[in-house]
Design a protein around this ligand. Sequence first.
Ligand code: DHB
Length: 588
Amino acid sequence: MTQSNANLLGALSSIHSSNPFAFAKPLAVAVLSASLLMGCGSDDDNDNTSSVVADAEDTALAFDATDYTTVNVTVDGESVAVRQYRIVYVANPLAAGSSSTRFGQPLEITDPYTFQTMIVSVPESALEDQQTALYFMVNNGGWFNSPVATDVSDGAEFVSDSDTDNVGAALKAGYVLVDVGTRSRGARGVNGDWIGKAPAPVVDAKAAIRYLRLNDAAMPGSAERIVVTGTSGGGGLTSAVAASGNSADYLPFLSAIGAAGVTGADDTLASTINDDVFAAVAYCPINNLGNADAGYEWQYNAIRSDDNTGALNGVAYSEGPQPAASSAIAAMFPDYLAGLGLTNADGTALTADTINDETVAFLKEEIERQIAAGTAVPAFGENFEVTQRGTTYSIPNDWLTLNGSGTTATVAEIDFEKFLTFVTTPISLKTVVAFDAGAVTGNPSISGETNLFGSDSYEYSNFIEWSWNNNEVQADGSGPDDTGMEWDEYIASEYGSELATQLKLINPLEYLGTDADTAPYWYVRHGMIDRDTAFAMQTLLYQAIRNDDSVQDVNFAFPYLVPHSGNYDVQEAFSWIADTLAAANSAE
Ligand code: DHB
């Protein structure tokens, strides 16, 4: 046996012994739920009933209305009592181990079930309100695990009229606030297993939603009015959850953790509870990770240089493997895009030939909106004042030409390539490879999202073709060196099916435009100077949402001179939420 085959078999045996893809459900529960189900009929994939079948796990997940603490906060200086519930939302939670990390730092685990706990905060005005929205916050920045936490703590002060205090706005609106913990990368079990691998964060968020649906009658607010929100990794998670409502693809994973409303086992898995949501509010969603590298290099390849791209392992951009990698990865994007078969609003195909025009149209719309609102947008040759990571830069406008002046000026022309260089003047691009960054191009660290993927017994797995085929680290379980297989063979094989499933289940693009029950309302923002993912990836997400027949409204913008961030437009977002709720309520 060759060394690489030995490694592969080692990887596979551990996959079969300890991974969530084994879909095991405790036998006693499986037998019990199967017997309870007899005679109940079965649901098809996307037509789940909302009636509750009394399965043992669901019984264990009954909401206890008496188990709360009262937290006193102020909103606009007025005191507000908030009833707060801390809830483990699955019947078989996974205990967090002390080797878990977040943003590279050790995570202190004080509650073993922190990753599968939510904190539900009910302002007193909502205690008797069965109609109000559930403002459901995911917090997996960096696509890292999210130990549960809340800003709603005793003595906290909020305001309802600021553009940055979303919690204050939600309390004032009388929504029920839900802070959700989830597994994701960096999460480890007590035995050291990597328990947060994809699709864990999506599965956990869905499990929390299922808990809210199971207990909707007993809890304040309406689980038919869930507004999922998050930023960056959290925006990506928001988009995956909101796109894939009620998809049966997640049932094996939901079953494994004892999520509400999942019955049967293996071939008889069925759902008795829905997990679709009402609305998504996603900021700079780092979404579609399997194709984000292709989009990034396709967008930025022509303008990468030593000025805006860092060295890797001491080797300058232009001196090392990054340019060739960038070109090879960029070349994947046009076919990927064309294969999606999406159309632009004018009926033309969304392709590599049209997507930049779509992005530019959104830039133009936003700049004209700012001009009309009185923002002083510099004329060609004048300076933009741009703040990135706390530092303000004056950067000459060499990309935007205006017609006229004052609040009636319009955009005459945008030089998109110069715009991209402008974006990367105060902040460097991610190095190549941007997302599947680990174990390639001399990168000495495990960075990017590489450790969101792979089996629970390996720290990471390369997840795009180029990185897989160019993996540089022996015995890490990734690449032809360890498996004997190039990407195409691997990902189509039984061995690669786990990774293929992971990539699918965290990707909203895989569910938009399918028979999954996509959220009907979307509010998506990506700052105009945000280089964390390509503009093209966000324009693509927008078009995929718009192309989905079940979507009623998608409100999308690249906010003016906004960097990688979220919740900077709280008044606008909350008036959109209020209008959306009112429109849906009056349509019923
Ligand atoms: C985040 C930023 C990234 O660049 C990324 O790839 C994933 C997540 C974040 O800020 O959450």
